[in-house]
Design a protein around this ligand. Sequence first.
Ligand code: ATP
Ligand code: MG
Length: 511
Amino acid sequence: MENIILEMRNITKTFPGVKALSNVNLKVQKGEIHALVGENGAGKSTLMKVLSGVYPAGSYEGDIVYEGDVRNFKVLKDSEEIGIVIIHQELALVPQLSIAENIFLGNEVASNGIIRWDEAFAKAKELLTKVGLKESPETLVTDIGVGKQQLVEIAKAFSKSVKLLILDEPTASLNEKDSDALLNLLMEFRNQGLTSIIITHKLNEVRKVADHITVLRDGMTVDTLDCHTQEISEDIIIKNMVGRELADRYPPRSVPIGETILEVKNWNAFHQQHRDRQVLHDININVRKGEVVGIAGLMGAGRTEFAMSVFGRSYGHKISGEVLMDGKAVDVSTVRRAIDAGLAYVTEDRKVLGLVLNDNIVHNTTLANLQGVSRATVIDSFEEARVATDYRSKLRIRSSGIFQEAVNLSGGNQQKVVLSKWLFSNPDLLILDEPTRGIDVGAKYEIYSIINQLAADGKGVLMISSEMPELLGTCDRIYVMNEGRIVAELPKEQASQETIMRAIMRSGEKK
Ligand SMILES: Nc1ncnc2c1ncn2[C@@H]1O[C@H](COP(=O)(O)OP(=O)(O)OP(=O)(O)O)[C@@H](O)[C@H]1O
Ligand SMILES: [Mg+2]
Protein backbone atom coordinates (compact mmCIF):
# COMPACT_ATOMS: atom_id res chain seq x y z
CA MET A 1 0.00 0.00 0.00
CA GLU A 2 1.10 3.52 -0.67
CA ASN A 3 2.37 5.37 2.31
CA ILE A 4 2.35 9.04 1.39
CA ILE A 5 4.17 11.50 3.63
CA LEU A 6 3.61 14.55 1.47
CA GLU A 7 1.23 15.64 -1.20
CA MET A 8 1.28 19.03 -2.86
CA ARG A 9 -1.96 19.59 -4.73
CA ASN A 10 -2.52 22.07 -7.53
CA ILE A 11 0.08 24.52 -6.35
CA THR A 12 0.05 27.82 -8.20
CA LYS A 13 2.49 30.60 -7.36
CA THR A 14 2.71 33.93 -9.13
CA PHE A 15 5.34 36.66 -8.89
CA PRO A 16 4.78 40.04 -10.52
CA GLY A 17 4.84 39.23 -14.22
CA VAL A 18 5.75 35.54 -13.80
CA LYS A 19 3.63 32.50 -13.15
CA ALA A 20 6.35 30.40 -11.57
CA LEU A 21 4.11 27.42 -10.77
CA SER A 22 0.78 26.48 -12.21
CA ASN A 23 -1.23 23.59 -10.79
CA VAL A 24 1.79 21.59 -9.78
CA ASN A 25 1.27 18.21 -8.16
CA LEU A 26 3.83 16.29 -6.18
CA LYS A 27 3.36 13.08 -4.20
CA VAL A 28 6.17 11.79 -2.04
CA GLN A 29 6.20 8.39 -0.34
CA LYS A 30 7.49 7.90 3.15
CA GLY A 31 11.08 6.71 3.22
CA GLU A 32 11.92 7.34 -0.42
CA ILE A 33 14.36 9.58 -2.26
CA HIS A 34 12.33 11.69 -4.63
CA ALA A 35 14.17 13.62 -7.34
CA LEU A 36 12.81 16.89 -8.68
CA VAL A 37 14.21 17.83 -12.08
CA GLY A 38 13.57 20.41 -14.79
CA GLU A 39 15.19 23.15 -16.79
CA ASN A 40 16.49 26.38 -15.28
CA GLY A 41 13.54 28.44 -14.18
CA ALA A 42 11.12 25.49 -14.31
CA GLY A 43 10.04 26.23 -10.74
CA LYS A 44 11.88 23.63 -8.65
CA SER A 45 13.27 25.95 -5.98
CA THR A 46 10.01 27.90 -5.84
CA LEU A 47 8.03 24.71 -5.19
CA MET A 48 10.32 23.80 -2.32
CA LYS A 49 10.09 27.30 -0.88
CA VAL A 50 6.31 27.00 -0.94
CA LEU A 51 6.60 23.66 0.83
CA SER A 52 8.86 24.94 3.58
CA GLY A 53 6.94 28.12 4.33
CA VAL A 54 9.49 30.54 2.87
CA TYR A 55 6.49 31.61 0.80
CA PRO A 56 3.74 31.55 3.43
CA ALA A 57 0.25 30.12 3.17
CA GLY A 58 -1.92 32.64 1.37
CA SER A 59 0.83 33.66 -1.05
CA TYR A 60 0.10 30.61 -3.24
CA GLU A 61 -2.92 28.57 -4.25
CA GLY A 62 -3.35 24.86 -3.63
CA ASP A 63 -2.84 22.55 -0.67
CA ILE A 64 0.08 21.06 1.15
CA VAL A 65 -0.87 17.80 2.81
CA TYR A 66 1.83 16.52 5.14
CA GLU A 67 1.36 13.42 7.27
CA GLY A 68 -2.34 13.43 6.47
CA ASP A 69 -3.19 17.02 7.34
CA VAL A 70 -3.48 20.18 5.29
CA ARG A 71 -0.77 22.54 6.50
CA ASN A 72 -0.61 26.28 6.39
CA PHE A 73 2.92 27.33 7.21
CA LYS A 74 3.37 31.00 7.99
CA VAL A 75 7.14 30.91 8.37
CA LEU A 76 10.01 28.48 7.91
CA LYS A 77 9.94 27.55 11.61
CA ASP A 78 6.40 26.17 11.25
CA SER A 79 7.51 23.53 8.78
CA GLU A 80 10.71 22.78 10.68
CA GLU A 81 8.77 22.09 13.84
CA ILE A 82 7.06 19.15 12.18
CA GLY A 83 10.19 17.78 10.55
CA ILE A 84 10.50 19.46 7.14
CA VAL A 85 13.99 20.87 6.67
CA ILE A 86 15.28 22.56 3.53
CA ILE A 87 18.90 23.08 2.52
CA HIS A 88 18.90 25.90 0.01
CA GLN A 89 20.68 26.17 -3.32
CA GLU A 90 23.08 28.74 -1.89
CA LEU A 91 24.52 27.49 1.37
CA ALA A 92 23.57 29.56 4.37
CA LEU A 93 26.45 28.89 6.74
CA VAL A 94 28.37 31.71 8.39
CA PRO A 95 32.01 31.17 7.39
CA GLN A 96 33.57 32.90 10.38
CA LEU A 97 31.69 30.83 12.94
CA SER A 98 32.56 27.34 14.11
CA ILE A 99 30.79 24.23 12.87
CA ALA A 100 28.99 23.88 16.21
CA GLU A 101 27.88 27.51 16.23
CA ASN A 102 26.52 27.09 12.71
CA ILE A 103 24.66 23.94 13.62
CA PHE A 104 22.87 25.59 16.52
CA LEU A 105 22.48 29.04 15.05
CA GLY A 106 18.81 29.93 15.44
CA ASN A 107 18.02 26.96 17.67
CA GLU A 108 20.58 27.25 20.43
CA VAL A 109 20.84 24.74 23.22
CA ALA A 110 19.94 27.08 26.02
CA SER A 111 18.40 27.19 29.45
CA ASN A 112 17.06 30.44 30.86
CA GLY A 113 18.52 32.26 27.90
CA ILE A 114 22.05 31.04 28.59
CA ILE A 115 23.65 28.95 25.87
CA ARG A 116 25.12 25.75 27.29
CA TRP A 117 28.17 25.41 25.09
CA ASP A 118 29.54 22.19 26.57
CA GLU A 119 26.28 20.48 25.79
CA ALA A 120 26.11 22.10 22.35
CA PHE A 121 29.60 20.86 21.47
CA ALA A 122 28.85 17.34 22.63
CA LYS A 123 25.63 17.30 20.60
CA ALA A 124 27.46 18.73 17.58
CA LYS A 125 30.09 16.00 17.82
CA GLU A 126 27.37 13.38 17.76
CA LEU A 127 25.69 14.94 14.72
CA LEU A 128 28.99 15.21 12.87
CA THR A 129 29.69 11.53 13.46
CA LYS A 130 26.27 10.75 12.05
CA VAL A 131 27.10 12.49 8.74
CA GLY A 132 30.62 11.07 8.68
CA LEU A 133 32.60 14.23 9.48
CA LYS A 134 35.69 13.87 11.60
CA GLU A 135 36.28 17.59 12.10
CA SER A 136 36.17 19.09 15.55
CA PRO A 137 32.98 21.08 16.20
CA GLU A 138 35.23 24.05 16.94
CA THR A 139 36.66 24.19 13.42
CA LEU A 140 35.65 27.32 11.54
CA VAL A 141 33.40 26.70 8.56
CA THR A 142 35.69 28.80 6.37
CA ASP A 143 38.46 26.26 6.94
CA ILE A 144 36.60 23.29 5.46
CA GLY A 145 35.78 22.67 1.80
CA VAL A 146 32.32 22.97 0.23
CA GLY A 147 31.84 19.21 0.34
CA LYS A 148 32.16 19.21 4.09
CA GLN A 149 30.08 22.39 4.41
CA GLN A 150 27.27 20.55 2.70
CA LEU A 151 27.57 17.81 5.35
CA VAL A 152 27.46 20.43 8.11
CA GLU A 153 24.16 21.62 6.62
CA ILE A 154 22.85 18.09 6.85
CA ALA A 155 24.08 17.75 10.44
CA LYS A 156 22.22 20.98 11.13
CA ALA A 157 19.09 19.45 9.62
CA PHE A 158 19.41 16.51 12.00
CA SER A 159 19.69 18.85 14.96
CA LYS A 160 16.11 19.79 14.11
CA SER A 161 14.83 16.18 14.10
CA VAL A 162 14.14 16.05 10.39
CA LYS A 163 11.67 13.66 8.77
CA LEU A 164 11.59 15.16 5.29
CA LEU A 165 14.89 16.55 4.06
CA ILE A 166 14.92 18.82 1.02
CA LEU A 167 18.22 19.37 -0.77
CA ASP A 168 18.33 21.99 -3.54
CA GLU A 169 21.28 21.15 -5.81
CA PRO A 170 23.48 19.84 -3.01
CA THR A 171 26.16 18.53 -5.35
CA ALA A 172 26.37 21.48 -7.75
CA SER A 173 29.73 22.61 -6.43
CA LEU A 174 31.01 19.24 -5.28
CA ASN A 175 33.51 17.08 -7.10
CA GLU A 176 32.66 13.51 -8.00
CA LYS A 177 34.09 11.99 -4.82
CA ASP A 178 32.28 14.36 -2.46
CA SER A 179 29.06 14.02 -4.45
CA ASP A 180 29.26 10.25 -4.18
CA ALA A 181 29.85 10.42 -0.46
CA LEU A 182 26.84 12.67 -0.03
CA LEU A 183 24.58 10.47 -2.13
CA ASN A 184 25.70 7.36 -0.27
CA LEU A 185 24.87 9.08 2.98
CA LEU A 186 21.38 9.89 1.70
CA MET A 187 20.87 6.26 0.76
CA GLU A 188 22.02 5.18 4.20
CA PHE A 189 19.51 7.55 5.78
CA ARG A 190 16.84 6.18 3.50
CA ASN A 191 17.49 2.74 5.02
CA GLN A 192 16.80 4.31 8.39
CA GLY A 193 13.47 5.70 7.17
CA LEU A 194 14.31 9.29 6.25
CA THR A 195 12.43 10.78 3.30
CA SER A 196 14.30 13.17 1.02
CA ILE A 197 13.60 15.35 -1.97
CA ILE A 198 16.65 16.16 -4.04
CA ILE A 199 16.92 18.73 -6.82
CA THR A 200 19.80 18.26 -9.22
CA HIS A 201 20.85 18.83 -12.83
CA LYS A 202 23.20 15.87 -12.71
CA LEU A 203 21.09 13.13 -14.21
CA ASN A 204 23.51 10.32 -13.40
CA GLU A 205 22.90 11.13 -9.73
CA VAL A 206 19.16 10.95 -10.24
CA ARG A 207 19.54 7.50 -11.70
CA LYS A 208 21.75 6.44 -8.85
CA VAL A 209 19.54 7.39 -5.92
CA ALA A 210 15.98 8.20 -6.92
CA ASP A 211 12.95 6.03 -6.26
CA HIS A 212 10.69 8.46 -8.10
CA ILE A 213 11.42 11.41 -10.35
CA THR A 214 9.03 14.31 -10.78
CA VAL A 215 9.71 16.45 -13.82
CA LEU A 216 8.70 20.11 -13.98
CA ARG A 217 8.58 22.10 -17.18
CA ASP A 218 7.62 25.78 -17.42
CA GLY A 219 6.04 25.70 -13.98
CA MET A 220 3.95 22.60 -14.62
CA THR A 221 4.24 18.96 -13.62
CA VAL A 222 5.08 16.88 -16.68
CA ASP A 223 5.15 13.45 -15.07
CA THR A 224 6.33 11.40 -12.14
CA LEU A 225 8.51 8.47 -13.18
CA ASP A 226 8.78 5.32 -11.10
CA CYS A 227 12.36 4.06 -11.13
CA HIS A 228 11.42 0.63 -9.81
CA THR A 229 8.87 -0.33 -12.42
CA GLN A 230 10.48 1.34 -15.44
CA GLU A 231 13.98 1.43 -16.88
CA ILE A 232 14.82 5.14 -16.62
CA SER A 233 17.58 6.34 -18.91
CA GLU A 234 19.04 9.84 -18.93
CA ASP A 235 17.50 10.29 -22.37
CA ILE A 236 14.01 9.64 -21.02
CA ILE A 237 14.53 12.20 -18.25
CA ILE A 238 15.86 14.77 -20.72
CA LYS A 239 12.98 14.21 -23.08
CA ASN A 240 10.54 14.91 -20.27
CA MET A 241 12.48 17.97 -19.17
CA VAL A 242 12.88 19.70 -22.50
CA GLY A 243 9.92 18.25 -24.34
CA ARG A 244 11.97 16.89 -27.21
CA GLU A 245 14.83 14.50 -27.88
CA LEU A 246 18.30 15.93 -27.48
CA ALA A 247 20.36 14.12 -30.07
CA ASP A 248 23.80 15.20 -28.86
CA ARG A 249 25.14 16.65 -25.67
CA TYR A 250 27.95 18.48 -27.45
CA PRO A 251 27.63 20.42 -30.68
CA PRO A 252 30.18 19.46 -33.35
CA ARG A 253 32.96 21.89 -34.18
CA SER A 254 35.63 22.02 -36.85
CA VAL A 255 37.50 25.27 -36.62
CA PRO A 256 40.92 25.77 -38.12
CA ILE A 257 43.33 26.55 -35.32
CA GLY A 258 45.51 29.62 -35.83
CA GLU A 259 48.34 31.53 -34.21
CA THR A 260 48.95 31.62 -30.50
CA ILE A 261 46.78 34.26 -28.89
CA LEU A 262 47.50 33.84 -25.18
CA GLU A 263 50.69 32.76 -23.57
CA VAL A 264 51.34 32.63 -19.85
CA LYS A 265 54.98 32.07 -18.97
CA ASN A 266 56.64 30.98 -15.73
CA TRP A 267 53.66 31.95 -13.63
CA ASN A 268 54.12 31.75 -9.86
CA ALA A 269 51.95 32.96 -7.02
CA PHE A 270 51.68 32.71 -3.26
CA HIS A 271 48.65 32.22 -1.06
CA GLN A 272 46.59 35.30 -0.33
CA GLN A 273 46.58 34.83 3.46
CA HIS A 274 49.32 32.32 4.24
CA ARG A 275 51.88 34.44 2.51
CA ASP A 276 54.81 32.06 2.57
CA ARG A 277 52.86 29.27 0.92
CA GLN A 278 53.41 29.01 -2.81
CA VAL A 279 50.21 27.91 -4.57
CA LEU A 280 51.18 28.17 -8.23
CA HIS A 281 54.45 26.81 -9.52
CA ASP A 282 56.00 27.73 -12.85
CA ILE A 283 52.91 27.47 -14.98
CA ASN A 284 53.34 27.68 -18.72
CA ILE A 285 50.31 27.47 -20.96
CA ASN A 286 49.11 28.78 -24.29
CA VAL A 287 45.88 29.07 -26.25
CA ARG A 288 45.63 29.56 -29.98
CA LYS A 289 43.04 31.34 -32.08
CA GLY A 290 40.01 29.17 -32.67
CA GLU A 291 41.06 26.81 -29.93
CA VAL A 292 39.19 25.66 -26.84
CA VAL A 293 41.65 24.60 -24.18
CA GLY A 294 40.62 22.90 -20.95
CA ILE A 295 42.19 22.74 -17.53
CA ALA A 296 41.35 19.55 -15.69
CA GLY A 297 42.18 18.81 -12.09
CA LEU A 298 40.77 17.88 -8.73
CA MET A 299 39.19 20.36 -6.38
CA GLY A 300 41.97 22.43 -4.86
CA ALA A 301 44.39 21.87 -7.75
CA GLY A 302 44.81 25.63 -8.08
CA ARG A 303 42.87 26.17 -11.30
CA THR A 304 40.66 29.01 -10.08
CA GLU A 305 43.62 30.60 -8.29
CA PHE A 306 45.55 30.50 -11.54
CA ALA A 307 42.77 32.07 -13.59
CA MET A 308 42.10 34.75 -11.02
CA SER A 309 45.76 35.63 -10.56
CA VAL A 310 46.10 36.11 -14.31
CA PHE A 311 42.89 38.12 -14.53
CA GLY A 312 43.88 41.36 -12.85
CA ARG A 313 45.67 39.75 -9.92
CA SER A 314 42.27 39.05 -8.38
CA TYR A 315 43.93 36.37 -6.32
CA GLY A 316 47.36 35.84 -4.82
CA HIS A 317 50.40 37.57 -3.59
CA LYS A 318 53.99 37.87 -4.86
CA ILE A 319 52.80 37.00 -8.36
CA SER A 320 55.50 36.66 -10.98
CA GLY A 321 55.55 35.66 -14.62
CA GLU A 322 54.55 37.01 -17.97
CA VAL A 323 51.33 37.23 -19.95
CA LEU A 324 51.51 37.69 -23.70
CA MET A 325 48.65 38.40 -26.07
CA ASP A 326 49.41 37.96 -29.76
CA GLY A 327 53.06 37.63 -28.86
CA LYS A 328 53.28 40.94 -27.01
CA ALA A 329 53.68 41.27 -23.25
CA VAL A 330 50.59 42.84 -21.71
CA ASP A 331 49.81 44.44 -18.38
CA VAL A 332 47.20 42.45 -16.48
CA SER A 333 47.88 43.91 -13.07
CA THR A 334 44.31 45.14 -12.54
CA VAL A 335 40.96 43.83 -13.76
CA ARG A 336 40.53 46.95 -15.92
CA ARG A 337 43.91 46.39 -17.56
CA ALA A 338 43.22 42.70 -18.09
CA ILE A 339 39.94 43.56 -19.81
CA ASP A 340 41.72 46.17 -21.95
CA ALA A 341 44.30 43.56 -22.91
CA GLY A 342 41.44 41.45 -24.31
CA LEU A 343 40.80 39.04 -21.46
CA ALA A 344 37.54 38.11 -19.78
CA TYR A 345 36.93 35.80 -16.86
CA VAL A 346 33.60 34.16 -16.07
CA THR A 347 33.77 33.35 -12.40
CA GLU A 348 32.68 30.12 -10.76
CA ASP A 349 31.09 32.05 -7.92
CA ARG A 350 28.31 34.11 -9.44
CA LYS A 351 27.02 35.50 -6.16
CA VAL A 352 30.27 37.03 -5.01
CA LEU A 353 32.08 38.16 -8.11
CA GLY A 354 29.74 37.89 -11.02
CA LEU A 355 26.53 39.80 -10.45
CA VAL A 356 25.11 42.93 -8.92
CA LEU A 357 22.18 41.12 -7.37
CA ASN A 358 19.92 44.07 -6.72
CA ASP A 359 20.29 45.39 -10.24
CA ASN A 360 18.44 44.28 -13.34
CA ILE A 361 19.47 42.06 -16.24
CA VAL A 362 20.22 45.05 -18.50
CA HIS A 363 22.80 46.64 -16.23
CA ASN A 364 24.37 43.35 -15.32
CA THR A 365 24.80 42.52 -19.00
CA THR A 366 26.52 45.75 -20.00
CA LEU A 367 28.57 46.26 -16.84
CA ALA A 368 31.91 45.12 -18.26
CA ASN A 369 31.56 47.00 -21.55
CA LEU A 370 29.81 50.32 -21.04
CA GLN A 371 31.60 51.83 -24.02
CA GLY A 372 29.81 49.25 -26.12
CA VAL A 373 26.48 50.91 -25.35
CA SER A 374 27.59 54.54 -25.15
CA ARG A 375 27.59 57.43 -27.60
CA ALA A 376 30.33 59.92 -26.73
CA THR A 377 30.55 58.78 -23.11
CA VAL A 378 26.77 58.92 -22.59
CA ILE A 379 25.07 55.58 -22.04
CA ASP A 380 22.39 54.97 -24.66
CA SER A 381 19.69 53.12 -22.75
CA PHE A 382 17.92 51.98 -25.90
CA GLU A 383 21.08 50.35 -27.12
CA GLU A 384 21.60 48.86 -23.68
CA ALA A 385 18.13 47.35 -23.72
CA ARG A 386 18.67 46.02 -27.24
CA VAL A 387 21.89 44.28 -26.22
CA ALA A 388 20.30 42.76 -23.13
CA THR A 389 17.29 41.57 -25.13
CA ASP A 390 19.60 40.01 -27.66
CA TYR A 391 21.55 37.99 -25.06
CA ARG A 392 18.39 37.10 -23.21
CA SER A 393 17.02 35.38 -26.25
CA LYS A 394 20.35 33.92 -27.42
CA LEU A 395 20.98 32.27 -24.06
CA ARG A 396 17.30 31.65 -23.43
CA ILE A 397 17.30 33.43 -20.10
CA ARG A 398 13.98 32.78 -18.40
CA SER A 399 12.70 35.94 -16.72
CA SER A 400 9.72 38.25 -16.74
CA GLY A 401 11.72 40.67 -18.87
CA ILE A 402 15.08 42.40 -19.12
CA PHE A 403 14.29 44.63 -16.15
CA GLN A 404 13.92 41.78 -13.69
CA GLU A 405 16.43 42.02 -10.85
CA ALA A 406 19.15 39.40 -10.86
CA VAL A 407 18.32 38.37 -7.32
CA ASN A 408 14.92 37.07 -8.44
CA LEU A 409 16.28 34.89 -11.22
CA SER A 410 16.62 31.15 -10.80
CA GLY A 411 20.17 29.95 -10.09
CA GLY A 412 20.85 28.73 -13.61
CA ASN A 413 19.50 31.90 -15.17
CA GLN A 414 21.79 34.01 -12.99
CA GLN A 415 24.69 32.05 -14.41
CA LYS A 416 23.50 32.84 -17.93
CA VAL A 417 23.46 36.56 -17.14
CA VAL A 418 27.07 36.37 -15.90
CA LEU A 419 27.97 34.70 -19.14
CA SER A 420 26.16 37.37 -21.21
CA LYS A 421 28.13 40.06 -19.46
CA TRP A 422 31.48 38.61 -20.41
CA LEU A 423 30.44 37.67 -23.91
CA PHE A 424 29.36 41.25 -24.50
CA SER A 425 32.74 42.50 -23.33
CA ASN A 426 33.89 40.93 -26.59
CA PRO A 427 37.15 39.46 -25.34
CA ASP A 428 39.89 37.97 -27.49
CA LEU A 429 40.40 35.37 -24.86
CA LEU A 430 37.63 34.13 -22.61
CA ILE A 431 38.42 32.23 -19.43
CA LEU A 432 35.47 30.18 -18.22
CA ASP A 433 35.48 28.79 -14.70
CA GLU A 434 32.85 26.07 -14.24
CA PRO A 435 30.63 27.75 -16.83
CA THR A 436 27.80 25.22 -16.67
CA ARG A 437 27.51 24.71 -12.94
CA GLY A 438 23.81 24.56 -12.10
CA ILE A 439 22.84 24.80 -15.77
CA ASP A 440 20.32 22.37 -17.23
CA VAL A 441 21.23 19.99 -20.05
CA GLY A 442 19.49 21.92 -22.80
CA ALA A 443 21.06 25.22 -21.85
CA LYS A 444 24.47 23.56 -21.58
CA TYR A 445 24.20 22.75 -25.25
CA GLU A 446 23.45 26.41 -25.99
CA ILE A 447 26.51 27.48 -24.02
CA TYR A 448 28.76 25.03 -25.84
CA SER A 449 27.38 26.35 -29.11
CA ILE A 450 28.32 29.88 -28.08
CA ILE A 451 31.81 28.72 -27.15
CA ASN A 452 32.08 27.17 -30.60
CA GLN A 453 30.93 30.40 -32.19
CA LEU A 454 33.61 32.34 -30.30
CA ALA A 455 36.23 29.91 -31.52
CA ALA A 456 34.92 30.19 -35.07
CA ASP A 457 35.33 33.97 -34.79
CA GLY A 458 39.01 33.42 -34.07
CA LYS A 459 38.90 33.93 -30.33
CA GLY A 460 40.55 31.68 -27.79
CA VAL A 461 38.77 29.94 -24.92
CA LEU A 462 40.31 28.58 -21.73
CA MET A 463 37.88 26.43 -19.79
CA ILE A 464 38.14 25.15 -16.23
CA SER A 465 35.68 22.41 -15.42
CA SER A 466 35.26 19.67 -12.87
CA GLU A 467 33.02 17.75 -15.21
CA MET A 468 35.40 15.67 -17.22
CA PRO A 469 32.88 14.63 -19.89
CA GLU A 470 32.35 18.34 -20.55
CA LEU A 471 36.07 18.96 -21.07
CA LEU A 472 36.39 15.88 -23.23
CA GLY A 473 33.35 16.86 -25.27
CA THR A 474 34.35 20.47 -25.95
CA CYS A 475 38.15 20.93 -25.81
CA ASP A 476 40.83 20.66 -28.47
CA ARG A 477 43.52 20.26 -25.87
CA ILE A 478 43.52 19.72 -22.12
CA TYR A 479 46.06 20.71 -19.51
CA VAL A 480 46.00 18.71 -16.31
CA MET A 481 46.78 20.57 -13.14
CA ASN A 482 47.62 19.18 -9.74
CA GLU A 483 48.80 20.90 -6.59
CA GLY A 484 49.51 24.17 -8.37
CA ARG A 485 51.45 22.66 -11.24
CA ILE A 486 50.68 21.70 -14.81
CA VAL A 487 51.38 17.98 -14.82
CA ALA A 488 50.27 17.00 -18.32
CA GLU A 489 49.16 18.40 -21.65
CA LEU A 490 46.89 16.18 -23.70
CA PRO A 491 45.67 16.77 -27.24
CA LYS A 492 42.05 15.76 -27.78
CA GLU A 493 43.03 12.43 -29.31
CA GLN A 494 44.91 11.37 -26.19
CA ALA A 495 42.53 12.76 -23.61
CA SER A 496 40.20 10.49 -21.67
CA GLN A 497 39.01 10.28 -18.08
CA GLU A 498 41.63 7.63 -17.60
CA THR A 499 44.63 9.52 -19.02
CA ILE A 500 43.67 12.61 -17.02
CA MET A 501 43.31 10.69 -13.76
CA ARG A 502 46.54 8.83 -14.42
CA ALA A 503 48.40 12.12 -14.91
CA ILE A 504 47.06 13.40 -11.60
CA MET A 505 47.96 10.22 -9.71
CA ARG A 506 51.42 10.00 -11.22
CA SER A 507 52.24 13.59 -10.25
CA GLY A 508 51.09 12.85 -6.70
CA GLU A 509 53.41 9.85 -6.45
CA LYS A 510 56.47 11.72 -7.67
CA LYS A 511 56.61 13.89 -4.60
N1 ATP B 1 11.26 36.37 -5.95
C1 ATP B 1 10.96 36.25 -7.26
N2 ATP B 1 10.45 37.29 -7.96
C2 ATP B 1 10.14 37.17 -9.26
N3 ATP B 1 10.32 36.05 -9.98
C3 ATP B 1 10.84 34.99 -9.35
C4 ATP B 1 11.20 35.03 -7.96
N4 ATP B 1 11.70 33.82 -7.62
C5 ATP B 1 11.65 33.05 -8.73
N5 ATP B 1 11.14 33.75 -9.78
C6 ATP B 1 10.91 33.24 -11.14
O1 ATP B 1 10.21 32.01 -11.05
C7 ATP B 1 10.67 31.07 -12.02
C8 ATP B 1 11.07 29.79 -11.33
O2 ATP B 1 12.27 29.99 -10.60
P1 ATP B 1 12.97 28.85 -9.72
O3 ATP B 1 14.04 29.50 -8.96
O4 ATP B 1 11.93 28.11 -8.98
O5 ATP B 1 13.56 27.91 -10.87
P2 ATP B 1 14.43 26.56 -10.73
O6 ATP B 1 13.63 25.47 -11.37
O7 ATP B 1 14.83 26.37 -9.33
O8 ATP B 1 15.68 26.87 -11.69
P3 ATP B 1 17.29 26.57 -11.52
O9 ATP B 1 17.50 25.19 -12.04
O10 ATP B 1 17.92 27.55 -12.44
O11 ATP B 1 17.66 26.77 -10.10
C9 ATP B 1 11.79 31.77 -12.76
O12 ATP B 1 11.29 32.28 -13.96
C10 ATP B 1 12.21 32.90 -11.83
O13 ATP B 1 12.71 33.99 -12.55
MG1 MG C 1 16.70 26.47 -8.34
